[in-house]
Design a protein around this ligand. Structure first.
Ligand code: HEM
Length: 157
């Protein structure tokens, strides 16, 4: 860590965590809109515009997470103190993230975004709820990873 360019790492972490906050926060906003009866927050938008926007957001989010996540992974794995347990949690996190992105790709949705919001199923049974749930689980695993790395540094120092 001491040899790593600290400013670059801070920028990488900032972008990664910002993307995580926007991803999970955005999902929660969509869920809240679904849960509110008779609320049509997207009424003025055409489904084509919505579909394109969601597609772009998912694509950008995926690219940002993968690029920054891979660089953060290289940085952590370069540490001598990182153990097999850390790697196991990181692999689990990455697999969950890939599953989440697969679910979020617009082409795999049963309906376009506006229909997803007015879907009759209860909000907790929706695809968005599953994506948000996975996002929260991934967020938690990330905090655990951070604690594991900190503990491993302390146990050596
Ligand atoms: C390909 C996907 C991803 C990879 C390879 C990846 C990898 C990583 C790595 C290596 C770290 C540093 C962990 C540490 O401190 O030891 C990290 C931090 C973090 N990741 Fe990811 N990540 C990915 C996707 C995501 C996603 C989808 C989310 C959220 C939904 C997320 C949320 C976070 C957060 C919040 C942190 C900061 C934890 C902290 O320092 O407090 N990551 N990620």
């Amino acid at each position: 860590m001491a040899e790593s360019p600290v400013a670059l790492l801070v920028v990488l972490r900032f972008i990664h965590v910002l993307a995580a906050a926007l991803w999970v926060g955005g999902g929660i906003v969509v869920l809240a809109a679904r849960a509110a009866p008779n609320l049509t927050p997207l009424a003025g938008l055409s489904s084509a515009v919505l579909g394109r926007t969601v597609g772009r957001l998912v694509g950008t989010g995926f690219a940002v997470f993968v690029v920054t996540g891979v660089l953060l992974t290289f940085n952590r794995l370069a540490e001598q103190t990182i153990d097999a347990a850390y790697v196991a949690v990181l692999v689990s996190k990455t697999l969950l993230a890939l599953a989440m992105f697969r679910l979020a790709v617009p082409g795999r949705r049963p309906a376009e975004p506006r229909a997803a919001i007015s879907d009759r199923r209860p909000w907790w049974q929706s695809r968005t709820a599953l994506i948000v749930g996975l996002g929260l689980a991934i967020y938690l695993l990330s905090l655990i990873l951070n604690e594991m790395a900190e503990l491993s540094f302390r146990s050596v120092g």
